[in-house]
Design a protein around this ligand. Structure first.
Ligand SMILES: [Fe+2]
Length: 244
C-alpha cells in the first residue's frame, strides 16, 4: 500500500472553505489514514479574502491547531499532524514577514503560497522574490490551476528561477479541476518539475485527502521510485526543513 505525506489540506475545522466542523475534520483524517497517509500538514487559507480565517492572526490559527491536534490524537494516535498554512501571496508579504505573521510548513523555511486563479505572472513573481529575499523557500500551491500558467505553461520556469518549488494537486491529475489543469499537471510531472503531489483536500467527497489512487497512477505510469519521491520522500524532507 502507498505510504504518503500530505503537505496541503484544509482539514483544520471551521476556519476556511474546508472542513466545516470537527466531525467532518475527523472523517477526513479517517480517509487519509485508511489510505496510507502518515503525516498531514493542516494548511488553512491565510491572508486570503472571504474566509473565516481572513480576520485570524497567526496566533489564532496556532491556538486552533493546538486544540484540534489534541482531539485528533485521541482518535488517531499514530497520525502525525503539523501546523502550516496556504498563504495568499499578498503584495505586502514583506510586512507580514516583518510583523512575524508569516506561517510556514511546520515552522520550516518552506512556505506554501497561493495566487488568484486569474492573477498575473509578474505579481506572483514579485511575491516569490520577496519571500526568497527574506530567506524563505516558497512552494507554489497547484500552479496547474492558474489561468496565467495554463495559458503559458513555460512560465513555471520563471517561478523556478526565483527558487520556488511546485506542488501539484492529485485532483488536477484526475481531471477534477478541468482539462487545462490536468494537462499542465501532467506536463509538470512528465518533466520532473513538481516537488510533490498533495491533496488540497476540502471535504469528505470530491476533494478528499485520499492520495492512494494518484500514487498508484504515478507508480504504474512512471515508476514506483518517482511515486515515492513525489508522495513521501520529498514532502517528508520538506517537513524536516531539509534541502530537496
Ligand atoms: Fe488549498
Amino acid at each position: 500500500m502507498s505510504v504518503t505525506v500530505d503537505l496541503h489540506t484544509h482539514i483544520l475545522p471551521a476556519v476556511d472553505d474546508g472542513a466545516e466542523d470537527v466531525s467532518e475534520a475527523i472523517q477526513m483524517l479517517q480517509i487519509a489514514a485508511a489510505n496510507g497517509t502518515t503525516d498531514i500538514v493542516l494548511t488553512p487559507h491565510y491572508l486570503a479574502r472571504g474566509m473565516r480565517s481572513t480576520q485570524m492572526s497567526k496566533a489564532d490559527l496556532e491556538r486552533m491547531f493546538g486544540l484540534f491536534k489534541e482531539v485528533a490524537a485521541q482518535n488517531f494516535p499514530k497520525l502525525n499532524l503539523y501546523m502550516g498554512a496556504e498563504v495568499f501571496g499578498v503584495n505586502n508579504i514583506e510586512e507580514v514577514i516583518a510583523d512575524g505573521q508569516l506561517i510556514t510548513l511546520n515552522n520550516t523555511e518552506y512556505c506554501l503560497v497561493e495566487f488568484g486563479f486569474r492573477d498575473h505572472l509578474q505579481r506572483a513573481l514579485g511575491v516569490l522574490d520577496a519571500l526568497a529575499r527574506d530567506g524563505y523557500k516558497p512552494i507554489v500551491a497547484h500552479p496547474e490551476r492558474y489561468e496565467f500558467i495554463q495559458d503559458q505553461p513555460r512560465d513555471v520556469f520563471r517561478m523556478l528561477d526565483k527558487g520556488a518549488l511546485l506542488q501539484v494537486n492529485h485532483t488536477s491529475l484526475e481531471g477534477l479541476s478541468g482539462i487545462e489543469a490536468q494537462d499542465v499537471a501532467m506536463l509538470l510531472i512528465e518533466n520532473n518539475l513538481a516537488i510533490c503531489i498533495s491533496s488540497d483536500a476540502h471535504s469528505t467527497f470530491q476533494r478528499t485527502p485520499d492520495l492512494s489512487e494518484a500514487y498508484e497512477f504515478i507508480s504504474s505510469t512512471f515508476s514506483p521510485e518517482y511515486a515515492e519521491d513525489l508522495f513521501f520522500n520529498n514532502p517528508k524532507a520538506i517537513l524536516k526543513g531539509k534541502k530537496v
